[in-house]
Design a protein around this ligand. Structure first.
Ligand code: ADE
Length: 233
């Protein structure tokens, strides 16, 4: 089984590693199914004061990350890899991330994730190294770290063995373009609410039909946009 390796370029390696080293992803790392390293872009600055940012040509608010430390950081990672790796830049100006992109990226052996900060990164280095621009949604965050963590999490679910139960990645919400059906555990009655009778029937075909119907209805109600695509399929 191939291990998937994530290489995260960031100014805040502790933020990234502390978050990833928890729960299911920590177990996946311990089991050798995925590996994550956070590489500090600041370690590659050539400036005596350790800075990696500077003013923007043409004026405007805020500072920009400079090309040199970002490039040298990327090069130090890429030089250790057996082949040219995809480089994902987390940016509100990217394609909006979804389950399909997660599944596609999970097929890579190595994935480099670039987290920006300040007002952005000098375009020239982005031109040279970035293969994929990805956004996690139409809102602006203070940096790319949280988006990178989200990508690692969603992608890792597709790496064989990470979920333990192999079927989960594909039965959860979105996999077939529908939201997940409601689920129930013990007790049978809670706050006067009874678990739907059909789930106690032991009739698997009926249960499956009921779940599909619930998924469709829930999608129609809550996500009309997904419902429209589902009908069009
Ligand atoms: N960096 C800042 N905001 C972001 C977003 N919405 N998606 C990805 N990266 C970002």
């Amino acid at each position: 089984m191939d291990k998937m390796n994530f290489h995260i370029m960031t100014l805040f390696p502790d933020m990234v590693m502390n978050t990833l080293d928890t729960s299911i992803l920590a177990r996946a790392m311990n089991n050798g199914l995925i590996a994550c390293e956070a590489v500090n872009i600041r370690d590659y600055t050539l400036r005596k004061n350790n800075r990696v940012d500077d003013y923007t040509y043409g004026g405007g608010a805020g500072m920009l990350m400079q090309a040199q430390p970002v490039y040298d950081c990327w090069k130090s990672i890429q030089d250790r890899l057996p082949k040219k790796s995809r480089v994902v830049f987390l940016t509100p100006q990217g394609r909006v991330f979804n389950q399909k992109i997660a599944e596609d990226l999970s097929k890579e052996d190595d994935l480099i994730l670039l987290c920006g900060h300040y007002e952005g990164i000098d375009e020239r280095v982005l031109d040279e190294i970035v293969t994929d621009n990805i956004s996690i949604g139409d809102y602006v965050l203070t940096g790319g770290e949280l988006p990178a963590i989200i990508l690692v999490d969603a992608i890792s679910r597709f790496v064989p063995g990470v979920l333990g139960n192999e079927s989960s990645a594909s039965t959860d919400s979105f996999q077939d373009g529908l939201l997940e059906y409601p689920q129930y555990s013990r007790p049978e009655v809670w706050h006067d609410k009874r678990v739907p009778e059909i789930l106690m029937s032991g009739d698997h075909a009926k249960v499956d039909a009921w779940r599909l119907e619930q998924s469709i209805e829930r999608t129609r109600e809550r996500r009309p946009d997904l419902y429209k695509s589902f009908l069009a399929k």
